[in-house]
Design a protein around this ligand. Structure first.
Ligand SMILES: Cc1ncc(C[n+]2csc(CCOP(=O)(O)OP(=O)(O)O)c2C)c(N)n1
Ligand SMILES: [Mg+2]
Length: 803
């Protein structure tokens, strides 16, 4: 058998032996973690466990080919890869099982993510970029099968962009585009649309991406025949293979227990992707799942005896071991000793991790017991409080929630009492909650000084001769400045490049800035967002365009699962400064006039959602966003591109503030809050109301996430004592959200003399045509009549009944 290294870096046979034994150690280390990890779930110390057993060998090969500056976008099986690169220790793995909330102990997510989700840090403590070319990078995993694929496309495309773009400071992100983005995915997950869409886009774009498919024939209980046409992913993807005439993919197929074949395949793949920028698929077959899919069930339920036997015989670690012995690399005794040693090592790591986990709240328990004891002593309800205390004494390893519950329940027995012991317990409880909550809730948005809401407003400047132009001209000319000022900015989408978008907000810019920066894409919303996500993770400033707001739903999974929660799930260790540009609100028909803002603001917490009323405000938002580093969605008004606006002098400089409402008409009788296209309807209604003696104050919410952080709306309600929120979302949608913000967060209920109201669209999708619009969405008459009715109710003499 030929076991010579055959690697490009010629190494001696002794070195090769050392390398094999070191690989074997990692394979065993990883496997032992999987075996002991599962036990932690079965004994109740951890809630859920999903491990990398059965996939160790190919990950060792992938780790060898992975270089500084490279990126991984993978899934929950990759623990061996992470261990091989020194990015995950056994102790880290156990901390992630226990969900330790200390980031120093649980470096992957500070206990926010289940185990098996891997991340490296892209940011310094102050939020600035680290030099990502000097480290190995893993983009933060998500649990959704194939959800890692769209992002992988962008991570790979970034290399291509850095090789092509001029004048970009790539020093922290790329060495002339020589970085490979490595994707991993399970065989069953290749059935997902996201996988297939990514494959096609990568083939078109020709980006340095290597996708490994870990094929163990199953997706939980469902075997291959249900997943892939011809039951074979390589065959299924054969049409994507490159030929001598046409670019496409390099396709490799290799058995997951074959060490040397794996090493060669991965080195080969790395060279092809890195040097030629050609995407590669490595289909790794004959893998197994020694413990079944995860801790939530046993695979004996659905695998035949034959299959289980086959898996035992072909377990990659077992076959690796046999091969090592067959080739005489080392002896049985030596391997057994090594394995024993590793078991000891992992047991110790597990023990230490558990002790450390407990140490994070153990002292709190001790203190709480003492406080309960003291308070019980002073209280007529001593028996009840002592019971709580004794239960806590009996619970030697309480969860944080159990301590919070004990304290909060004990305080109820102290109602009406006044003594220092009670006060101390109350203070302890408040502090405990205050200290604990951020562990679970911080870092949804950037909380540092460069956060989007901190970017100061810069007003548009007009001179006397300012001309009125179509709104789209302001956008276009502002984009021109934006691309001049930011060499790392790029925009891409359907019809974005050659024609400069369907509304010509980018007209002529491709000619000026080139096809790479102002780019057309295929019709594939999910991977358009994926391109933006991956490139933003690597220091570029992508603007991903979704042609119409109604089509954002195709990409919503990637936006909500990946983009919006990236900062949160990495505990602020990665950032994704992606701008999503789209256009929506009222125009024509079901799929070109939707305004599903409630659906978006509720699924995209973690992003900024901006709904400017005109193109000047929109352009100002883009300028603001370029100064910060957070993901945002900007919805331009579809019916506003041809409306006239005054053209500012300071294009590229003026900044619309984020989180600030704007009063567009002051008034004294009632506060009307709206945004986007509907605002124009409301402004018209306000004019007509003035004719009957009702002076409405009109507020443009303009940023929906976050809404009015300065609480200006309540100041208006304090003056008018009446409130209506108007939008064109469904009833109970975004208008209800805004109303809650004003009533609950801003406390406006105390100033109201009339019941607050919302006016929204009908519950159905908007019908086609002008009449369809009128009868589907709120119109001027609706707003007028509702406001009039409110005024009539409060002052029927001045405002006699209208209808
Ligand atoms: C979108 C989505 N659907 C369903 C699931 C539940 N789920 C988790 S893993 C899995 C099977 C994946 O199988 P495969 O891709 O072959 O990976 P393996 O676990 O076998 O390595 C399923 C259905 C999920 N996480 N995400
Ligand atoms: Mg599988």
């Amino acid at each position: 058998m030929d076991i010579s290294p055959k690697t490009s870096n010629d190494i001696s046979f002794d070195d090769f032996k050392t390398q094999i034994l070191s690989d074997y150690k990692i394979a065993v280390l990883s496997r032992t973690c999987s075996l002991l990890g599962r036990k932690e779930v079965l004994t109740g110390k951890a809630k859920f466990g999903i491990f990398g057993d059965g996939k160790e060998l190919p990950q060792l090969a992938m780790a060898k080919a992975f270089k500084n500056g490279d990126w991984r976008s993978g899934y929950y099986r990759d623990q061996t890869f992470m261990m091989a690169l020194g990015l995950l220790t056994p102790k880290d793995l156990f901390h992630s099982l226990y969900a330790t909330t200390d980031i120093e102990m649980e470096p992957m997510s500070a206990g926010r993510q289940m185990g098996g989700h891997y991340v490296t840090y892209s940011l310094n403590e102050d939020g600035s970029w680290k030099n990502l070319t000097q480290q190995k990078n893993s983009s933060a995993d998500i649990s959704c099968t194939a959800g890692q694929m769209p992002r992988l496309l962008g991570l790979a495309q970034a290399s291509k962009m850095y090789r092509k773009l001029k004048n970009v400071d790539a020093s922290k992100f790329s060495d002339n585009g020589n970085e490979v983005a490595w994707g991993t995915i399970g065989n069953a997950s290749t059935s997902e649309g996201m996988f297939l869409e990514t494959i096609n886009a990568a083939g078109v774009l020709q980006v340095p991406m290597v996708i490994s498919i870990w094929d163990d024939d199953y997706g939980i209980s469902v075997p291959a025949e249900y997943h892939a046409t011809k039951e074979d992913i390589s065959e299924m993807l054969a049409g994507f293979e490159r030929t001598s005439e046409k670019p496409g993919f390099e396709m490799l197929k290799v058995k997951g227990w074959d060490y040397t074949a794996l090493m060669h395949a991965y080195e080969n793949a790395s060279d092809i992707a890195r040097e030629e920028h050609v995407p590669v698929v490595i289909h790794v077959t004959e893998l197994t799942q020694p413990q079944g899919h995860s801790s939530s069930g046993s695979h004996e339920r659905y695998k035949s005896k034959e299959r289980l036997n086959w898996e035992r015989e072909n377990d990659c670690n077992k076959r690796f071991r046999e091969w090592i012995l067959e080739t005489g690399i080392t002896s049985e005794e030596e391997l057994s000793a090594l394995e024993k040693n590793i078991t000891k090592q992992v047991r110790l790591a597990k023990k230490e991790a558990w002790a450390e986990y407990l140490s994070t709240h153990g002292p709190h328990r001790k203190k709480l017991i003492a406080l309960l004891e003291a308070a019980a002593h002073k209280s007529p309800n001593k028996n009840f409080i002592s019971k709580i205390k004794n239960d806590l004494i009996a619970n030697e390893e309480p969860l944080k929630k159990e301590m919070a519950q004990a304290a909060r329940k004990a305080i109820r027995y102290l109602i009406g009492e006044a003594h220092p012991e009670k006060e101390e317990l109350v203070n302890w409880t408040k502090n405990f909650l205050l200290e604990t909550q951020p562990k679970y809730s911080a870092d949804l948005y950037n909380e540092g000084p460069n956060r989007a809401t901190n970017i100061p407003e810069v007003k548009p400047v007009y001179d006397d001769g300012t001309e009125d132009v179509d709104g789209r001209i302001i956008l276009r000319d502002n984009f021109e400045k934006l691309f001049e000022n930011n060499p790392n900015a790029l925009v891409f989408g359907e019809d974005t490049g050659n024609i400069g978008d369907v509304n010509q907000g980018l007209e002529g810019l491709q000619k000026k800035f080139g096809k790479d920066r102002i780019a057309d894409t295929g019709i594939r919303e999910t991977t358009i967002i994926g391109q933006g996500t991956g490139m933003a993770l690597r220091g570029l400033r992508p603007i991903a365009e979704i042609q119409y707001l109604d089509y954002i739903f195709y990409a919503l999974a990637t936006l909500t699962d990946d983009v919006a929660c990236l900062r949160y799930r990495t505990f602020g260790k990665q950032k994704v400064p992606l701008i999503v540009r789209t256009r929506g609100h009222r125009l024509e028909g079901i799929w070109h006039s939707g305004s599903p803002m409630g659906a978006l603001i509720h699924s995209l917490r973690g992003m900024y959602i901006l709904s400017p009323r005109n193109m000047t405000q929109a352009a100002g938002f883009y300028n603001t966003l370029m100064k910060t580093d957070e993901p945002a969605l900007v919805i331009e008004s579809l019916n506003g591109y041809r409306l006239k606006e005054k053209k500012p002098q300071n294009l590229g400089d003026f900044c619309t503030p984020i989180g600030k409402v704007e009063t567009v008409k002051s008034g004294t009788d009632i506060t009307l809050v709206s945004y986007g296209s509907t605002l124009r309807i409301v402004e018209q209604a306000a004019k007509e109301l003035l004719e009957v003696g009702i002076d409405a104050e009109v507020i443009d919410a303009q940023t929906l996430l976050p809404f009015d952080i300065y609480h200006d709306t309540v100041k208006s309600v304090e003056k008018t004592n009446r409130l209506v929120v108007i939008d064109e979302d469904v009833p109970g949608g975004c208008s209800a959200y805004i109303l809650t913000e004003i009533l609950e967060k801003q406390g406006a209920y105390q100033f109201l003399d009339s019941a607050p109201h919302t006016i929204s669209a009908k519950a159905h999708r908007p019908a086609y045509g002008s009449d369809g619009d009128y009868f589907s969405k709120p119109n001027t008459e609706d707003v007028f009549e509702k406001v009039y009715a409110i005024m009539h109710e409060s002052d029927p003499d001045s405002f006699p009944k209208l209808l």
